[in-house]
Design a protein around this ligand. Structure first.
Ligand code: FA5
Ligand code: MG
Length: 505
């Protein structure tokens, strides 16, 4: 499918045909959708001018970089599938927030206003770039996080607390814990200052009354940092220290309760006498940065020898609430990765498994039964193949840029957001590792387990940069033949040259 290259490299949108592609909700067979899409593109001989997704039509432009394989994931809605591990995980978390209103079917295609501007993302934030985000056109993206719905949900003001679970999309690395489509749950709890006044209490007092209602746990939590810190994790200008302390306590106690519940369930799912069962649960708060919260924290859990980040959170930036017409509300928000939690809960070893339609996977999960550790049905052989190439002499290598800007480089969240104007056109192409990942996904689908940079050097005379990537071809469902992997690898090599202009070595 050359469609993406053509779109990316061909800024002349006048050459687009008027062919319309449809991804309809009934089309639950992912592969079929992809094939229909590919055939339609082939038949049109050129780029679709419009894409129709579940009855909604989008005009494409030179920002379009979303392959059909990604669009075909939209109808799957794994977090709503009965007995799916993501559904079970979602419900387990929801059960710890019984009074919160749940929103589980918000549509994944949003505006850049929703995904970035409403949250105060600076214009130069790496998250906005086409190497990180799937665009349909300059102003339309596949949401990269559930926070894209924060402003709208605050504006609707239907409940004091809410939970949003949804599929999110990111151009990202390929390995056993990264997939370009994954699921997040967003949660938020806010209080109304006027309500506190009516009760004759301070807002902090009202919040502390709620804190004591949160179930207690007996886990020792490491939390060495002050609630806020002038340089590292600032208090917002419109919040008093007492308010921030109370909101932080409510946030941390609520999320600790949720994590303790989940990890206790995970530990009861592992076999008796296993090492992890006897290890006490270790949890810690670390300082973090998000453009839309301040102060901010991440929660980490010690799991199988390592600290694992499970969620990001913080006190909601007041301009978000003010812009959402609820200036008197104040509170916290968090975002958690559902796959990451489900992988721990069930010991699921590879994130691709969540997309499996194989009964050997799906039959192991039930909403009715207690959590049981996943038993891998088999491990098929890996096949490693390297590809080495010279970058075009003008390219810089950039890779795996994180989604958070440095705290110092962006506007303080406590100030009112200006209305950002996105850059007029995509930046000139330079090499980005995510483009290699995207090509590997397109060629191999779920037959690639891992793509790693194994070597990189600059030629001392020519100054050209050489990269070597190791591709691990492995199916979760069968043994791949040599012919098959050779064919995939050749196709991958060809597309690297065609799309990225590299010279194979
Ligand atoms: C966010 O997406 C913020 N929107 C979270 C947030 C919400 C902060 C509200 C403050 C207030 P982040 O990119 O760190 O943050 O992702 C949040 C969580 O999603 C991570 O902690 C992790 O559990 C999960 N996650 C992130 N990237 C991936 C990935 N590629 N694969 C699986 N899980 C992921
Ligand atoms: Mg993070």
């Amino acid at each position: 499918m050359n469609f993406i290259t053509s779109v990316t490299n061909n800024a002349d949108t006048h050459q687009l045909s008027s062919c319309v592609l449809s991804i309809e909700p009934e089309c639950f067979v992912t592969d079929t959708t992809a094939v229909i899409f590919a055939l339609a593109v082939a038949a049109c001989q050129t780029i679709p001018k419009e894409i129709k997704i579940e009855g909604r039509t989008y005009q494409t432009d030179e920002w379009m970089n979303t392959p059909s394989s990604i669009l075909s994931a939209i109808p799957r809605r794994l977090h709503l599938q009965p007995d799916h591990p993501l559904t079970i995980t979602r419900k387990l978390i929801e059960s710890r927030f019984p009074s919160y209103k749940t929103h589980n079917d918000l549509f994944p295609i949003v505006t850049t206003g929703q995904n970035f501007d409403s949250l105060g993302f600076p214009l130069d934030h790496t998250g906005r770039s086409r190497t990180d985000t799937y665009y349909l056109n300059k102003e339309t993206v596949l949401r990269t996080h559930t926070s894209a719905h924060q402003a709208d949900t605050f504006r609707n003001n239907e409940s004091e607390g809410y939970l949003i679970s949804a599929d999110v999309y990111r151009r990202d690395a390929i390995d056993r814990s990264h997939y370009p489509v994954f699921h997040q749950m967003e949660g938020a709890r806010t209080w109304d200052r006027r309500q506190a006044e009516k009760e004759g209490k301070t807002l902090a007092e009202v919040i502390w009354d709620d804190v004591v209602r949160i179930p207690k746990h007996d886990i020792a939590v490491e939390d060495p940092n002050p609630t806020f810190h002038a340089e590292r994790n600032p208090l917002q200008a419109t919040h008093s220290p007492e308010e921030a302390e109370a909101i932080a306590a409510h946030l941390k106690r609520s999320l600790e309760d949720m994590v303790v519940t989940i990890f206790n369930a995970a530990r009861s799912a592992t076999e008796t006498n296993s090492a992890s069962e006897n290890e006490p649960l270790q949890v810690r708060w670390v300082e973090a940065y998000f453009p839309f919260t301040s102060p901010s924290w991440e929660l980490e859990v010690f799991w199988q020898g390592d600290w694992l980040e499970v969620l990001g959170s913080g006190i909601v930036s007041q301009p978000i609430l003010a812009n959402a017409s609820v200036p008197n509300r104040i509170g916290w928000a968090f975002g958690i990765g559902l796959e990451r939690i489900a992988m721990l809960l069930y010991s699921i070893p590879d994130i691709r498994l969540f997309w499996s339609k194989d009964a050997r996977f799906l039959s192991q999960f039930s909403e009715e039964k207690p959590i049981r550790r996943f038993v891998p049905f088999s491990k098929y052989p890996a096949c490693f193949k390297d590809v080495s190439f010279w970058l075009r002499s003008s390219s810089n290598a950039a890779g795996g840029a994180g989604s958070a800007a440095s705290p110092t480089s962006s506007a303080t969240p406590a100030t009112t957001f200006s209305t950002p104007v996105p850059p007029a056109a995509p930046l000139p192409p330079s090499f980005h590792e995510n483009d290699v990942m995207e090509i590997a996904r397109e060629v191999c689908g779920n037959l690639v387990e891992d793509v790693r940079l194994t070597d990189e050097f600059v030629h001392p005379k020519t100054g050209r940069r050489s990269m070597c990537y190791r591709i691990n071809y492995r199916s979760l469902e069968r043994t791949l033949t040599n012919e098959e992997t050779n064919e995939l690898h050749e196709k991958l090599r060809g597309l690297l040259v065609q799309r990225l202009g590299v010279e194979l070595r």
